[in-house]
Design a protein around this ligand. Structure first.
Ligand SMILES: [Zn+2]
Length: 420
């Protein structure tokens, strides 16, 4: 269910998360527990800050601060990285009242300078705000509701329920989402009482104060995540893969910097293909389809030639083989490597002539083939099965042609003797 070690968040998680914002706001002044003030709730652009260390784990590599701008993995959005007191932050976890920062090595007590990796954070903001926008568009245009969101290291996905998601649905949603990006609508965060809150895309089951993230004129969602301040900052939104997951449809998307990176990678991959076909990018699909058809036709022609050759070889071998005292032409072929399938076609053509028996062994993989014409007086299947049983091999066939394998090439001569 999870990818890239991050969690898939549900709307419920986001709602619960917003409740914690409320608790933090209400309790931070009168609680005896030193709660962490979540600076990212009110300012997602804050990336350098000072804080006081209020607690440690036993190994002193997990620290708690009186205030933090580090976002913990929550609601589908991964944690922030960066440094605390000059030490790298490896993980950030939400422990309800406090936020735990896992560090590469211990830091000293007291006041510390903290910095979050802004490139990573801003990327998360672009994807998460892009998700709200997309979810709202799917809801508004097609009554499809988002049941979960995952932000991976390269792409993000939402799971939609409430109906089919056709390629044209995706196209229309992508176009509408980008229009709203270009309109550069404000994205705001405010706190509202759950009892009085109205117009949420998905109703919250929580009470108390909710943290509401709103896209002007489009969406209001309870969410604890970090967001850009206007839709223009999300940048271009590209919808990519569609995947059916049980009763929902997973839509993969990339926003902003990721969209640019992805478009660049797509362009380079397509350019390589186009160069192979000496075509322009736009003509490449037709060129590839035409080449594939040519390759299929060549394969059909090759198979036909193979059969023609087998017929010719079978007839030639028959002519070159002298009949025994009983009038039957017996041919034994010892082949080192190859496939029984190739020998089969020759054998069938050999024994298509009167009074003919064709016997072949293959060293690698150790196997045997026996074919007989209808008037040769033997049952190839029965004969071969008996010989194989004795040699510890297995196989079979019908009266006219049979084949099988033996455990090792050393017993092939003994099998030949039995069949001869
Ligand atoms: Zn959210």
């Amino acid at each position: 269910m999870t990818k890239s070690g991050t969690q898939r968040g549900s709307v419920e998680i986001e709602a619960r998360h917003s409740l914690r914002a409320t608790q933090a706001h209400q309790l931070c002044h009168n609680s005896s527990v030193s709660m962490t003030e979540r600076l990212y709730y009110t300012d997602s652009y804050l990336h350098d800050f000072r804080a006081r260390v209020t607690g440690f784990s036993q190994d002193r590599r997990t620290v708690y601060l009186d205030r933090t701008a580090f976002y913990p993995s929550s609601g589908g959005q991964p944690f922030d990285t960066g440094s605390i007191g000059g030490v790298a932050v490896l993980d950030v976890a939400d422990e309800e009242e406090r936020i735990a920062h896992r560090l590469a090595e211990p830091v000293a007590e007291g006041e510390v300078d903290c910095a979050i990796d802004w490139n990573r954070r801003f990327d998360h903001m672009q994807q998460h705000s892009g998700q709200h926008l997309l979810s709202a568009v799917f809801h508004e245009m097609f009554s499809l509701h988002t049941v979960s969101f995952h932000l991976g290291s390269e792409t993000a996905t939402i799971d939609l329920e409430g109906g089919a998601v056709e390629p044209r649905t995706v196209l229309a949603a992508e176009q509408r989402a980008n229009e709203i990006v270009f309109e550069n609508r404000p994205v705001t965060v405010h706190f509202e009482d759950a009892a009085a809150v109205q117009g949420l895309r998905k109703a919250s089951e929580r009470d108390g104060t909710l943290r509401i993230v709103a896209i002007d004129g489009l969406d209001r969602s309870a969410c604890g995540g970090t967001h850009v301040r206007s839709t223009g900052e999300i940048g271009l939104i590209l919808l990519r893969k569609l995947e059916k997951i049980r009763q929902s449809v997973r839509v993969e998307f990339v926003c902003g910097g990721r969209a640019a990176g992805r478009a660049r990678a797509d362009y380079e991959a397509l350019t390589k293909v186009a160069q192979l076909f000496s075509s322009s990018l736009d003509d490449t699909p037709a060129m590839v389809a035409a080449q594939l058809e040519t390759a299929r036709a060549a394969e059909r022609a090759r198979r036909k030639l193979e059969l023609d050759l087998a017929a010719y070889q079978g007839a030639e071998l028959y002519r070159a083989t002298e009949a025994g005292a009983d009038g039957v032409r017996r041919l034994v072929q010892r082949v080192t490597r190859g496939s029984l399938e190739e020998l089969r076609a020759v054998a069938q053509n050999f024994t298509a002539q009167p009074k003919a028996v064709f016997l072949a062994t293959l060293t690698d993989p150790p196997s045997v083939l026996l074919a007989a014409s209808a008037d040769a007086g033997i049952d190839a299947g029965k004969l071969l099965k008996a010989a194989l049983n004795e040699a510890g091999g297995r196989g079979g066939g019908n009266a006219r042609i049979a084949q099988g394998s033996v455990p090792e090439a050393g017993v092939l001569e003994r099998v030949l003797e039995k069949l001869g």
